[in-house]
Write a protein that binds this ligand. Sequence first.
Ligand SMILES: [Zn+2]
Length: 224
Amino acid sequence: MKILDNVFLVPGVVANPYILVDSDGLTIIDTGLPRSERKILAYVASLGRSAHDVKRILLTHSDLDHVGGLAALHKLTGARTYASRIEADAIAAGKSSRQINISGFSVRRLMFTLLRPFMKAAPFQVDEVLTDGQILPALGGLRVIDTSGHTPGHISLFAPAAGILFCGDSLVTDENGIHGSRPGLTWDDAKAREAERKQAALGAHIVCSGHGPVVMDATGKFPL
Ligand SMILES: [Zn+2]
């Protein structure tokens, strides 16, 4: 799905992967659940590009639905891979970067307990550690923003020139707008609120989340 002339959402993958097109090649943000690499590369092909055009793979955080396709996608593309220090360490260990404690009985807790043994990605060593404020060479300057809260090392990516924000799971979108990191899946609620406020202040016009539709007219839709 085309978001801008040089920004695309790969449909049919959990969580949403995004493709950025620049003159030096493609950047992929997040890689979906394991075995999502085929769908992502089929979409790359639909843009008239090949796997070798993918130069960078950026990870917002180490949850399985964001890093599941990472190892295979790296192998097939040879792209350079990036994550924050905390998330890179978790990815290298093949684990989540935080413990999720869902209290009480709920369907979500039951599902989580049943699925836990399957919720692991193969350990993978990323090439480069991202730090807050770093500018990456995509979309005329893609800024790394520390949005820890959902996980301890979560990052978002913001391109001021295009007014577009890739927020991973630090924000969730639906038909009603933009919401904070999902309760029960959040490592630190206070930090998650701080990450919401920080992102609301960026002046982004377009918000691309890990879960939910792209919000094209984001002004005034951030959580208060
Ligand atoms: Zn997540």
